[in-house]
Design a protein around this ligand. Structure first.
Ligand SMILES: [Fe+2]
Length: 439
């Protein structure tokens, strides 16, 4: 029997209530609600043969980028594959994409989602998954263009158009098209004020254009919409902390760290990434963060996730370097060296970016600053290949700058500060840094 989902896509289903739960799960995913699993589990409890329910369940685990979630992703995939014979071509393509992703073939997964979107521009699940894939792979132009290929085929002012606008906003932002990004993001938030991805895209615009007060106002005034029940809450708190860092308000940033970024004992990798990234930025400014590094490194160690996604591994290294843990740092480097010898998307990311970056971070921690500069210089230009946003990858530039400063390479440090001030002439942080280097 065939029914239709909330975006009018045909799906193999027996039970309208199961489809309603599936729709609820899809909406939760698209707004980055923290528990779409509850809704998809309700759908599958009602109808275990709901192929798209198994696909969605598998994606929730797979897109986490956590190795520990892969068994659950593969279990959902296996349940979905058992139903493949009676599934529609679109559902079969979703199974193929999930298969590829679960095997670490991320670009291949994106190609399957793209095929789906050519035939079904209204497949918001394929779009969401591909958009995340583009982010993880550093396919920056696709963050914009994959969405732009579909938006004209959505109904203006529809919920679907609102979700796509939120993704387009982030794509525009990462491509440096800030006015369009802000416009799309604000329109998306009008469509659904809890669309955390769109809210987040506008926060990125404020960050990149150095509108610190507006950025704080944007996030703080809308905190009720993004900070409760959101999978992305910690990341948006991190964005708020970035505005404070640019204003050299270290204690305000640390207060956010204590209250919201590490306000729980969460071991969700996405949240550990933000914690590592914030503490490292504070370290680069010489701010004493007490025993926070040790606490954070202990959680990373418990997770022991190395070798699945280079971006995560680099952030684990930040914690080990920050805490000065030679054993875990060395072990992680060995793991990354092995990973870099392999094949596949993550092997490439590790070889080109993850491994040299991790080596550089550990060199920084051991005061081998000239070596860190040598390692970081070539990585800086290609760090996009390991994914993340401009705001996240700025950590590489800041680390290189600090290493150059510590190594006594003042001409290089000066050049890097010229670069920063060209983009953000009003940056108090960069001005103070320049004065320090010139002193
Ligand atoms: Fe972000």
């Amino acid at each position: 029997m065939l029914l239709r989902d909330t975006f009018d896509l045909v799906m193999t289903a027996e039970d309208a209530t199961a489809v309603a739960h599936y729709n609820r799960a899809l909406n939760k995913l698209l707004t980055l609600n923290k528990d779409p699993l509850e809704a998809v589990n309700a759908a599958l409890a009602r109808d275990p043969n709901l192929v798209m329910g198994q696909v969605l369940r598998g994606l929730l685990y797979a897109l986490s980028t956590e190795r520990a979630q892969l068994p659950d992703a593969r279990a959902a995939l296996a349940a979905g594959q058992a139903l493949a014979a009676g599934a529609t071509p679109r559902e079969q393509a979703h199974l193929a994409a999930l298969t590829a992703w679960s095997e670490g073939r991320l670009q291949a997964a994106c190609a399957h989602w793209e095929d789906i979107l050519v035939a079904h521009p209204n497949d918001a699940l394929a779009m969401f998954a591909a958009h995340q894939g583009d982010f993880f792979l550093g396919q920056t132009s696709e963050l914009r263009d994959r969405v732009a290929r579909r938006l004209p085929q959505t109904e203006p002012d529809s919920a679907l158009a609102g979700y796509y606008l939120g993704m387009l906003a982030f794509g525009y932002e990462e491509m440096g098209d800030y006015a369009r990004a802000e416009d799309a993001g604000r329109r998306s938030v009008l469509s659904d004020r809890r669309n955390t991805w769109a809210l987040h895209a506008v926060a990125h615009v404020m960050e990149m254009t150095h509108r610190l007060d507006e950025g704080v106002e944007w996030l703080v005034s809308r905190a009720p919409d993004w900070s409760k029940d959101s999978f992305f809450a910690v990341h948006n708190w991190w964005h708020l902390a970035l505005f404070y860092l640019e204003g050299e308000q270290w204690s305000a940033a640390l207060a956010l760290y204590d209250e919201h970024i590490r306000g729980t004992d969460s071991s969700v990798i996405l949240e550990l990434i933000d914690a590592s990234a914030l503490l490292w930025r504070l370290r680069l400014q010489g701010v004493d963060v007490g025993d926070r590094w040790q606490q954070l490194a202990a959680i990373w160690l418990q997770r022991g996730e190395a070798g699945w996604y280079a971006f995560n591994d680099v952030h684990a290294m930040l914690a080990y370097a920050g805490a000065g843990l030679a054993g875990p740092a060395t072990q992680l480097l060995v793991h990354l060296e092995t990973t870099a010898l392999g094949v596949g998307d993550n092997a490439t990311m590790t070889r080109e970016v993850g491994l040299p970056l991790a080596r550089a971070l550990w060199a920084c921690a051991q005061d081998r600053h000239a070596e860190a500069v040598t390692l970081l210089l070539p990585v800086k230009a290609i760090s996009v290949r390991a994914g993340g946003s401009h705001a996240q990858r700025d950590l590489v530039s800041q680390t290189l700058l600090r290493a150059a400063e510590n190594a006594g390479q003042r001409a290089l440090a000066r050049a890097l500060l010229n670069e920063r001030l060209a983009l953000k002439p009003q940056s108090r942080l960069s001005r103070a840094w320049l004065e320090r280097v010139d002193a």
